[in-house]
Design a protein around this ligand. Structure first.
Ligand code: SAM
Length: 222
């Protein structure tokens, strides 16, 4: 991947990125592949210039349109849950947002499809991911609660906005043996990060992982 450092953060960003990786390890992230990819992705390019100096803190940040780039720990945790034991080949992300999570997944898997419903966020992420050299990431403007049927089935699906219930389309677009990582619950701060594994055509195993806070999964295009 070609690194763009157009805002001149230069050496400082590599040092602050290294500190973030130390923090993620302390918080229990163990997957070395996930940590390796997060160490080289320039997260400061995925936020507004005014927030670039805070981009290697372990916090979510606003990206406009009432949306956020997720906290690095959550990005790492969800990616680790998706990767467990082997790297999935074809993956769907719902909720492109800034494109940062897509960059992390794009650095690990063969083919990533990512769906966003807000036009400016979709376009911004599409252009940045292209500039950064990702050619295995396909960005789509659509309501991701219907998944992205054209390229299904997926070995793994990650949803980065919270529905009250898991959309059936996402379960159906998961390959047998595949893994779905999704925050589930209302916007009352009581969402649960779930790992759902598809064992057969109609058998799914659900594991509750940890309490999380996400923006809601909405359904109309904006
Ligand atoms: N993964 C993102 C990143 O790395 O910046 C963070 C995502 S942000 C927490 C959630 C995103 O999901 C927002 O950009 C929001 O517009 C999007 N979203 C919400 N409902 C959606 C839907 N039905 N289809 C597609 N995207 C949706």
């Amino acid at each position: 991947m070609k690194e763009l450092d157009v805002r001149g953060i230069g050496m400082t960003s590599q040092r602050t990125r290294d500190r973030l990786i130390v923090k993620l390890r302390e918080m229990g992230i163990k997957n070395e592949e996930v940590l390796r990819v997060m160490r080289y992705i320039p997260r400061h390019l995925f936020v507004d210039e005014a927030l670039a100096s805070r981009s290697y803190e372990n916090s979510s940040l606003p990206i406009g349109h009432a949306q956020t780039i997720s906290q690095p720990y959550i990005v790492a945790k969800m990616t680790e849950l998706l990767l467990h034991e082997s790297v999935p080949e074809k993956v769907l992300e719902v909720g492109t947002g800034s494109g940062y999570q897509a960059a992390v997944l794009g650095g690990l898997v063969r083919e990533l499809h990512t769906v966003e419903r807000i036009t400016p966020l979709h376009k911004g992420a599409r252009d940045l991911l292209y500039q950064l050299g990702y050619r295995n990431v396909r960005t789509h403007l659509a309501d991701g609660s219907w998944g992205w049927e054209q390229s299904a089935p997926y070995d793994a699906i990650m949803v980065t906005a919270a529905p009250e219930q898991v959309p059936d389309a996402l379960k159906q677009q998961l390959a047998i043996g595949g893994r779905l990582v999704i925050p589930v619950g209302g916007d009352d701060g009581k969402q649960m990060l779930q790992l759902i594994r598809r064992l057969s055509e109609d058998e799914f195993v659900v594991e509750n992982k940890e309490a999380v806070v996400f923006v809601p999964l909405l359904d109309e295009i904006n």
